[in-house]
Design a protein around this ligand. Sequence first.
Ligand code: ACO
Length: 335
Amino acid sequence: MNFIQQVKEKAKASRQRIVLPEAWEERTLRAANQLVREELATVILLGDPDDIRSNAAKWKLDHINNCTLINPLDHPKKQEYIDLMVSLRREKGLTSGEAGKLVEDPLYLGPVMIKAGNADGEVAGANNPTGNVLRPAFQFVRTLPGISVVSGAFFMILQDAEFGEEGILVFADCAVNPDPDASQLAEIAVTTARTARHIGGISPRVAMLSFSTKGSAAHELVDKVTAATEKAKTLDPGLEIDGELQADAAIIESIGRKKAPESKIAGKANVLVFPDLNAGNIAYKLVQRLAHAEAIGPVLQGMAAPINDLSRGCSVDDIVTLAAITAIQAAGMKK
Ligand code: ACO
């Protein structure tokens, strides 16, 4: 069974309630249809129900009949959600009038429904930039206890099974935090290890990447990575982690043995944590294009409930896969 089949099987086992706020969008509606047809999730669509039904008929998407349709402009729980929003952000100065406008925006309604316990997860971004999806999530769902930053991991499915976990490597942060400090980088390491375990079924071996291996270079950027490695060990004492390591020392056994002979991770890493967003985002795109790897994600981690952001160039299959991953995250959080 390949990675995506495994993810779908896991999602099917728990059938979580996934909100898709961009229901007017063709790929999203087709993905909703497929999610219901394959019994991967219960789907909640936000948008004008008449438009959704008419598009479903036009595109012959019969399973949309089995989705819950909610009109953000007019539904029975609107006032309840406005009150919840105000109670969550009164200290930030949110007024009832402002909340009344925000709640009509599907990208706000989705996270608020999750916060109210009426949905388990959300996938959005097929037609919105990252910030528009993340900001409502950051404001109303917030982070897990003990975690202050949300970050984004990619499962990189390589053609070459020699690397990582039989050809799978998990990269982070590739999506959210431009310049994490040592404490934030430590949190990114710990949450990425959890993502690798829960979504990929991988026992994580985490390499904290740098341009230096075990003191081969001296620089404050290297110090950040060594400090983050120590902090991550404190946050999760059982975590198999080492750093700072160069990328080749992290993933190639012969080089790991030579450059970091004492390390249990060098040469065997299956989770790669990058020192900043420049490195992480550039690395995943280069590996995807030059090595023809499949890049699945970003899987957002560290949030108190799963909300995942699509690339605007996503396909229907990408939405389905990310919704299945979101469902697994939601089921894991309930446990
Ligand atoms: N984790 C948790 N909460 C956060 C995070 C984070 N990483 N970043 C910001 N927040 C919270 C803040 O604490 C704040 O909360 P508050 O209002 O309760 O005080 C709220 O979110 C807004 O914070 P701002 O600093 O104003 O954040 P802003 O809205 O300006 O930016 C954003 C957030 C959009 C995610 C920004 O970090 C960003 O643009 N990151 C880069 C995203 C990107 O372009 N990625 C590359 C493309 S994605 C790809 O290629 C796969």
